[in-house]
Design a binder for this molecule. Structure first.
Ligand code: G3H
Ligand code: 13P
Ligand code: ZN
Length: 296
């Protein structure tokens, strides 16, 4: 289904990135402003890009709206290689819905289950997805947010085990692996979050499947560059774009307060354009860190 829309699979983008030692950014979108912010950055820097729609995004906007936003993005920017990817799909039925509607790649996130259960859930999605050439991302290890309040040994044991990763990939048949090496989702991170580069190297030595870094907002430039150099092929960013968006909306509202006695700006295009542009700026910076510019 997705091929007629001109999307690449994440596997195609990641395999090329692995060979050439850079990473492709996966940026989340839920609406027109976010997807425009993303695609404009990719087009300006001649970078491949992964348009990531979360399980939650499909509920918010409706999967069919997201697919058609992505089709429009491809039509408007035909030279940009892009994948349309389900981020953190929670069950087989959501993955199937996305595959049937034109996604080129899905993530089945069964990382909260024990290994065998995780394998079983991934395998079920792989068997369906591969019939249509759609690639599948699985996750092994758990990512915590700071709000989860875990102690050090819990955090350590939640990290991806390299040997387990090998077994997981072999038994599930997934095309890429999201790993836990100290990364976490969301806003609250320490200034310099600990990233276990040694563990990343060990995982890289054990598996040839492309590796994915979730929760990359707030991870500093040198750590991101190092992770990409060692062998991360896809990096997921959401929170930093959300924050930039929110900041611009705040600025707008503060400089244009509601006033019943004076004319005010109420055109949504005027309110949202700076927010859209701020996403483009964040993504251009990330693309430079990932090294994916001029790779089209
Ligand atoms: O890692 C998840 C992404 O930030 C998407 O978040 O589930 O709120 O859409 P969401
Ligand atoms: P951040 O929101 O921490 O950037 O994580 C994004 C992510 O992992 C999407 O899957
Ligand atoms: Zn994630």
């Amino acid at each position: 289904m997705f091929k007629k829309y001109g999307f690449k699979t994440t596997k195609e983008l990641e395999v090329k990135a692995t060979k050439e030692n850079y990473a492709v950014g996966a940026f989340n979108f839920n609406n027109l402003e976010q997807i425009l912010g993303i695609i404009k950055a990719a087009a300006e820097l001649n970078s491949p890009v992964i348009l990531a729609a979360s399980h939650g995004a499909t509920k918010y906007a409706g999967t069919i709206f997201l697919v058609h936003l992505a089709i429009a993005a491809k039509k408007k920017f035909p030279n940009v290689e892009m994948a349309l990817h389900l981020d953190h799909g929670l069950d087989f039925s959501k993955c199937k819905e996305c595959i049937d509607l034109g996604f080129s790649s899905v993530m089945i996130d069964a990382s909260k289950y024990p290994l065998e259960e995780n394998i079983k859930k991934c395998k079920e999605v792989v068997e369906y997805a591969h019939k249509f050439g759609v690639s599948v991302e699985g996750e092994l290890g758990r990512l915590y947010g700071v709000e989860d309040e875990v102690n050090v040994s819990e955090a350590e044991s939640a990290m991806t085990d390299p040997k387990e990763a090998e077994i997981f990939i072999e038994k599930s048949g997934i095309d890429s692996l999201a790993i836990s090496i100290g990364n976490s989702h969301g806003l609250y991170k320490t200034d310099n979050p600990f990233i276990d580069f040694e563990r990343l190297k060990e995982i890289k030595d054990c598996v040839s499947t492309p590796l994915v870094l979730h929760g990359a907002s707030g991870i500093p430039e040198d750590s991101i560059r190092k992770a990409c150099k060692i062998g991360i092929s896809k990096v997921n960013i959401d929170t930093e774009c959300r924050l930039a968006f929110r900041r611009e909306i705040d600025k707008f509202i503060h400089s244009n307060p509601f006033d019943d006695h004076k004319p005010i700006t109420y055109d949504p295009r005027k309110i949202l354009t700076p927010a859209l542009e701020s996403i483009t700026e964040v993504i251009k910076m990330k693309i430079k860190w990932f090294g994916s510019g001029n790779k089209l």
